[in-house]
Design a protein. Structure first.
Length: 150
């Protein structure tokens, strides 16, 4: 699983002109699933994200996690994170899992985030065309891949 994690002041997801999810301060997580991913990868990634110390402490040092800071997490499935741009100008998405494989693993990832965070994690709508609005805080943006553990 791959994730792009953005520390945000706020974020929202809209589908067909209806806001389906919204958070205040916390993390926007875009998550892509590969065919080789597993529940273990979802659990590892969720633990890693919730434990990341990327929020300021009282001294202004990034030393607190989203859990420590009381922040929220909004998660959106994003198959394009597994795009390959090696050949030509049109990305290939063959590295992304099919929806039949990806949706249960994405759901497991959200469940793992909720266990780690200790509360509900709102999401976009799997497979829908979504508009995501965010105010990046910092900006702080990280990329993590469970296959390489980085």
């Amino acid at each position: 699983m791959r994730a792009v994690i953005q520390r945000v002041c706020e974020a929202a997801v809209t589908v067909d002109d209806h806001t389906v999810a919204r958070i205040g301060g916390g993390l926007l997580v875009l998550c892509g699933v590969a065919p080789s991913d597993s529940i273990a990868a979802a659990d590892w990634l969720a633990h890693k994200i919730v434990a990341l110390r990327i929020f300021d402490d009282d001294a202004g040092i990034m030393n607190r996690s989203v859990r420590d800071s009381g922040g929220e997490i909004l998660t959106v499935s994003q198959f394009t994170l597994h795009a390959s741009t090696k050949k030509g100008a049109r990305p290939s998405y063959s590295g992304a899992a099919s929806p039949e494989v990806a949706q249960p693993l994405f759901d497991a990832f959200v469940d793992a985030l909720e266990r780690e965070l200790g509360r509900q994690v709102p999401t976009g709508v799997f497979g829908a065309h979504m508009q995501i609005v965010l105010t990046n805080d910092g900006p702080v943006t990280l990329w993590i891949d469970s296959a390489t553990r980085e």
